[in-house]
Ligand binder design. Structure first.
Ligand SMILES: Nc1ncnc2c1ncn2[C@@H]1O[C@H](COP(=O)(O)OP(=O)(O)OP(=O)(O)O)[C@@H](O)[C@H]1O
Length: 254
């Protein structure tokens, strides 16, 4: 479903991602973990085509996207939903209009059809009846759920989540995990979830990939990652500062 082959990305001569090879199969949930600044968001932005790799190939379904025009990319993107770290809602629009935005822009659906999809998607994230509220009337967790309702508007086959639980309390974090799991079970989506929350990664992922200084240093199922005798991985999972002096930055584990 998604494949990266020999992908490199630098910013101002700094190599951020180094020879990334990664394959994600249909219906799989892959969690990406790693220290702050290791390149996780950059990887997501490459997959959704917001950035182009310096070299290497990025395949989404049967299309290599790194050389597509913006128009062709937009077609590929219709099959992908992204939940951004800070929800990225339009503050001046109601919740309903936020969820409807892409549908109004990119489809010829009638207002009645759009209204139905908006209601159904808000129901799916437990926000039924919130259509007319404004984003600033909602908590952070609710905004994340609206962002998810918007991301699934086109019934995408691929969902990308950039730190969906960042800044949320453990209860709301668990709720978001439940929704991510639910999306996979109910819609059969292929998901990539960048997260700092180890409990989330263990709860939702089929496989976990750890990025360290721009390289994937470990990838495997939850049990394999938990038992891997790699001090960098173990330090990250357990939040220990014993081995490295431990500057892993924005640690937000639960
Ligand atoms: N557009 C850009 N221009 C220059 N440098 C960038 C750009 N985007 C990211 N970087 C740098 O690339 C590195 C990796 O950033 P990235 O956001 O991918 O890390 P991350 O692992 O997602 O971090 P965090 O967990 O803190 O979100 C950082 O050093 C960042 O400063």
């Amino acid at each position: 479903m998604i494949e990266l082959k020999g992908v490199n990305k630098s910013f101002q001569q700094r190599r951020i991602l180094k020879n990334i090879n990664l394959e994600i199969t249909k219906g799989e949930t892959l969690a990406i973990i790693g220290a702050s600044g290791s390149g996780k968001s950059t990887l997501l932005r490459l997959i959704i085509g917001l950035l182009k790799p310096d070299n290497g190939e990025i395949w989404i379904k049967n299309k290599e996207i790194s050389n597509l025009s913006e128009k062709e990319l937009n077609e590929v993107r219709l099959n992908m939903g992204m939940v951004f770290q800070y929800s990225a809602l339009f503050d001046s629009m109601t919740i309903g209009d936020n969820v409807a935005f892409g549908l109004r822009e990119h489809t010829t659906l009638s207002e009645a059809e759009i209204k139905e999809i908006v209601q159904e998607n808000l129901r799916m994230v437990d926000l039924e009846g919130f259509e007319n509220m404004m984003p600033n009337e909602l908590s952070g967790g609710m905004k994340k759920r609206v962002s998810l309702a918007r991301a699934i508007a086109f019934k995408p086959e691929i969902l990308l989540y950039d730190e969906p639980s960042a800044g949320l309390d453990p209860m709301m974090s668990a709720k978001i995990d439940e929704l991510i799991y639910h999306m996979q079970q109910k819609l059969g989506v292929t998901s990539i979830v960048v997260t700092h929350h180890m409990n989330s990664a263990f709860a939702i992922a089929d496989r976990i990939a750890m990025i360290h200084e721009g390289e994937i240093i470990a990838i495997g199922d939850v049990e394999m990652i938990q038992n891997l005798e790699n001090p960098i991985v173990q330090n990250f999972i357990h939040g220990s500062k014993r081995f490295t002096g431990g500057d892993r930055g924005n640690d937000n584990r639960s």
